[in-house]
Design a protein. Structure first.
Length: 71
């Protein structure tokens, strides 16, 4: 999912494309809560869609942990 769904906008590896970089250095200053909100609810007015129908909170936290570890 990270590769196909997220990668289509964030890049592969996710160094940024239509969406911003999701590489560890880019996420370093951002809290899990901020990233979780973006994934669950999307960002209104941008291309970032809400994923809560596909990913519950635990799954989203798991993805964030993977992103923080690097590609
Ligand atoms: C259709 C394009 C698109 C897809 C698909 C997409 N994103 Fe995004 N994403 C964006 C855009 C655009 C932003 C920037 C929104 C903004 O300006 O605040 C963003 C922002 C984010 C942010 C916040 C980053 C930050 O620095 O604040 C996270 C986290 C994120 N996306 C994760 C994901 C994950 C995980 C997936 C896959 C489940 C995903 N995105 C799929 C377009 C997309």
């Amino acid at each position: 999912m990270l590769k196909h769904d997220c990668g289509s906008c964030h890049g592969l590896p996710p160094k940024g494309g239509l969406g911003p970089s999701l590489m560890p250095d880019a996420l370093a200053g951002k809290s899990d809560q901020l990233l979780l909100d973006a994934i669950q609810k999307g960002r209104a007015g941008t291309a970032m869609p809400p994923w809560r129908t596909f990913l519950n909170e635990d799954e989203s936290r798991w993805l964030i942990a993977r992103l923080r570890q690097g590609w």
